[in-house]
Design a protein around this ligand. Structure first.
Ligand code: SF4
Length: 150
């Protein structure tokens, strides 16, 4: 199986201290990159069977075409994994994304140092994470909650 990791946008709402984004944001500069367009994504799908949406300097959920990408993967029987840590999308958006491709595998990252993780997340944010994970598990075959500290 041929697989590829794609960074499909340049956006993220978080500011993880060791993220590659800091190189630019610390200087007040725009993080380079752009949203991958549909035509480019379709070309890539001609060559790969598995797509890993794991940004190195962005979170894939912020590409405006992302739900469409998921739906195309489902239609063309291409497997995919999504690594999502950033907040900013509401639950209705997640519901649309989960429905677009019920075979996709989601990894939800909860960022922060292990001993500080709950202190870092206010009550509302925790509720949103838990609700997002509950909804994902009601649609998806596989969904993971991962802790990471970047
Ligand atoms: S969630 Fe990912 S892309 Fe966003 S700031 Fe953290 S490490 Fe960087």
């Amino acid at each position: 199986m041929k697989s590829i990791n794609l960074d499909i946008t340049h956006r993220c709402t978080l500011e993880c201290s060791r993220c590659e984004r800091i190189r630019w944001t610390a200087r007040g500069e725009k993080v380079p990159g752009e949203d991958m367009e549909l035509y480019a994504y379709l070309k890539i799908l001609n060559y790969f069977d598995h797509i890993n949406f794991c940004g190195n300097r962005a979170d894939p959920v912020f590409n405006p075409n992302f739900i469409q990408f998921l739906a195309i993967n489902k239609k063309r029987n291409k497997s995919c994994e999504i690594h999502n840590a950033a907040t900013g999308k509401n639950l209705a958006w997640y519901q649309r994304a989960f429905k677009a491709n019920t075979d996709a595998v989601w990894h939800f990252g909860i960022d922060g140092l292990p001993e500080k993780i709950l202190a870092l997340m206010d009550y509302l944010k925790r509720v949103i994470y838990i609700e997002r994970i509950k909804r994902a598990s009601s649609y998806m075959k596989q969904c993971y909650c991962v802790r990471r500290w970047v």
